[in-house]
Write a protein of this length. Structure first.
Length: 271
């Protein structure tokens, strides 16, 4: 596997290409983004099992998203029965579950490694905050461990970013997939910086628009309700942008090859 090294401007190009994919089949992608949003909501309401389950399922969700985007790019209408197809290949679902378990395990380990050494400071900050009815001491105590965890999590995320497709489409072993994914993300760190900043600004813009609605007299509850579909649609574009990230880095150009087979298989004719 040879990962391309792209200029920083590709970070913006990935977002634009994701928007183009979304606009080809907005209803299907919006529904998929809504399903993921419901999964996130379930995870937030069922700690600690929910968040761990969500992290463990991320490789499965990623592969389903990429395969759907390849269908859309090839001009195929996404039907409900087509979404689980990438998981039907022998051994793929099991490999992705193992990958997800490793992802969750590494995330937990990173959290323990960064927060446990500061447990005394965090406890003291929480005590002072409860006495003074002010969260500032606790938030101040959280700064260093949260920063360290963020750094470690970015490294972990880079290892797993491309791994689901590398395992499912290229048949790589888990260790190989993690290695190539990490190398690909490192080679394209500047495009990813632009990509991340672009998405942060996009979601901040949606929040700003909701704030403007409140400032002109709309109730916060109504503004929040109106904001929800825009957040979901933006999430759909975000998920669609994963596909151009992968294809531009690893050079998969044949969108008419069957997306649920390895990329080096012979392309199959349309049914």
């Amino acid at each position: 596997m040879q990962a391309a090294s792209l200029p920083a401007s590709y970070g913006w190009q990935w977002v634009r290409d994701g928007l183009k994919l979304f606009m080809k089949q907005p209803l299907a992608v919006f529904t998929w983004a809504l399903a993921i949003s419901l999964l996130v909501m379930f995870a937030s309401f069922t700690p600690p099992v929910g968040p761990l389950l969500f992290v463990a399922l991320m490789p499965v969700v990623t592969l389903m998203t990429l395969s759907a985007c390849k269908h859309i790019e090839a001009g195929r209408v996404m039907l409900p029965s087509m979404w689980p197809q990438p998981l039907m290949r022998p051994g793929v679902f099991k490999k992705l579950l193992i990958m997800g378990a490793l992802y969750a395990g590494l995330s937990i380990t990173a959290g323990l490694a960064t927060f446990l050494p500061f447990s005394a400071e965090l406890t003291e900050g929480l005590r002072i905050a409860s006495i003074e009815q002010n969260l500032t001491p606790f938030l101040s105590a959280m700064t260093i461990p949260l920063t360290l965890f963020g750094i470690l999590y970015i490294i972990i995320a880079a290892l797993f970013w491309h791994a689901p497709a590398l395992v499912a489409w290229h048949g790589l072993r888990l260790g190989q997939a993690l290695f190539f994914s990490g190398v690909a993300c490192w080679r394209n760190k500047w495009p990813f910086v632009v990509y991340g900043i672009t998405w942060i600004l996009a979601f901040l813009l949606i929040d700003l628009c909701a704030g403007i609605l409140v400032s002109i007299g709309l109730s916060p509850q109504v503004a929040s309700t109106l904001q929800i579909p825009f957040n979901i649609a933006a999430g759909g574009v975000l998920y669609c942008s994963f596909y151009p990230v992968y294809t531009s880095v690893f050079g998969i150009e044949d969108t008419h090859a069957h997306p649920d087979h390895q990329s080096n298989d012979r392309p199959q004719s349309e049914p």
